[in-house]
Each structure stands twice: as structure tokens, then as C-alpha cells.
Design a protein around this ligand. Sequence first.
Ligand code: SF4
Length: 330
Amino acid sequence: MKIGIPRALFFYHYYPLWESFFKALGQEVVLSNPTNKQILKKGVEVTVDDACLPVKLFHGHVMDLAHKADTIFIPRIISIEPGEYICPKFLGLPDMIKYNLPDLPPVIDIKLDLYNKKSRILEHFFEIGKNLNKTRWEVLKAYIVACKSFSSYKNYIRKHRITPYEILTQKNFKCIKKQTEPGFTVLLLGHPYNLYDNFISMDLITKLRKINAKIITYEMINEKNIVQGTKKLTKDMFWTLGKNILGCAYYFLENKKIDGIIHVASFGCGPDSLIGELLEHRVMREYKVPFLYLTLDEHSGEAGFDTRLEAFLDILEGRKVSESNISAHG
Ligand code: SF4
């Protein structure tokens, strides 16, 4: 059976796990094309105006798969860490898709809720296997294979400090290898589906690599460092992606030398506006590290994006040559 996986949202986190799992069960995995103008346009057309860009884009990717796959995998993600949630848009995503796109192939929309226990993930995979008429034993074996491959993928990111985008696309590898003396160390923060979708992030990672920047993202550090970073928060962050972003920011600001921070956010995203506010107004003023906040929506233009990025890089350059009191705001 051809299982379609939209190249959007949690694809940028879970793809190696999902791909290995389905393949170990003897299924063929089909991906939507990398984001392009057409995919974005289609997604925007079928989605309500006030949906965020990543959700609109997800619709476009599902449409791109409609005639390529026998079934489309859209898990109903509620929680991926005990005691934490992710954005409620993920919970309603399979319903939103089925309502907005009624002529799709069948959708596999199994719930993933690890709020009470991490080990519940196995139940999630058993349910997926049931949909594919697989026995529990077959599912268990496939799950073990998938976990191994997911764990090597995560370790590779940490060890080589390569972004998920670069692993998933095999892009920039040569450029990173040649990087003996990085120019700036830039902490790149944001949701994986904003940062690693090359089209909507306007090739940000490659642009930074071209100026020889060393890029740090939260996938490159250990969970314990993120937790250590979150100790600086006055309240527990119960939202996983926000916790990762803030924990990583505080960890680096407190323990490591970074030249600047770029936070990429979606226009109209409630969680992003809260995180952006905390980062920009509390953390940056306290630590005096140059900060660039980039918001993305379907109307974002590359010229404006590049101008802001260049101005920010000029600030980093200026600070490098002189330790004068240049504004910490990009
Ligand atoms: S966290 Fe923000 S960008 Fe992500 S799905 Fe929710 S509203 Fe959209």
C-alpha cells in the first residue's frame, strides 16, 4: 500500500521514525513534493483565512498527495511529552482536512497522546498497524527498527550540528564540512516546520551557511540542557515546542557564547506571539544579544526578508569588529 506523508508540520520532526516504521511493515512511503508556489496557493485557497501559515500549507501538501497515495497519514497529535501539550491545531487537524478536502483517499488519523506516559507511543503504533491489518508482533518489530533509526538520526544532528533540513534534503553538506572557522554563531529558533521548510523560510539556512555561520537549533542539544534552560522561567512551560525554544535560548544565553538569535514565527500563531514576546522583551534586553524576529505568512516577500536579515548580519559584523555599544536590537 502507498502511504502518503505530507511534507509539512511534524514531518520535520518525525519523518525518519514514520518512514522506517512503514517501510519495516512492507509499505511504500510517498511524500508530497517540497513546498512550492502551487502547493501554497492550493492550501491557502481551501483553508479559512485565520488559520496559520503552516496549517494552510499542510492542506496544500495533502492535496499534492491526493492522487499519489492509497491512504494519507495524518496523526491526531495531542501530546508528545509527558505533562505537556502541543498546539491544539494539531488535535483538530485530521477533522479540518477531511472537512475542507472531502474527496481524499482514506486518512489514517490515529491519536498520539503521551500526556500521561511516554510509553503510550507503542499503543499509537499498534493502532496504526491495526489499520494496516498487521499483527501486534509485526508492529512491535517495525517499531523497534523505527526507534533505532530515529535515534541515530537525532544523534547525528547532535554530533555533527547539522540541521534536520540539511539531513532531510542532503543540502549544504559540503559547505558545512569546509567550515573550519565559522563566522558567527547564530541561534536559530522556531518551529521545525517553519525553519526547515525551505520555501517558506526563504532559504534562510542556506543563506546563513553561505556567510559561514555556525547554526545552532534546539535539536542539536540534549533534552537535559533544554530542561536546564527552562529553570530560568518563572512558570513551567506546558507547551512542548515553546519549552524547546525557550529552554534552548536560556541555556545558550547562560552558558555559551552566541553572536545573535533569529526567531522565525508564523503570523497569527498564538504560541509564537507569546514566545516571541518573552524572547524579545525579557531575554534579549537582559542579555544584550542581537535579536531578529522574522514573521512568515503567505504574503511575505523575499526582498524585505533579505533586507532585514542583511541588516541583522551587519549588526553582528559591527559587534565583531568593535565591542562598542551597538544596539542589541535587530
Ligand atoms: S503552534 Fe502556531 S504555527 Fe504551529 S500549528 Fe499552532 S498556531 Fe500554527
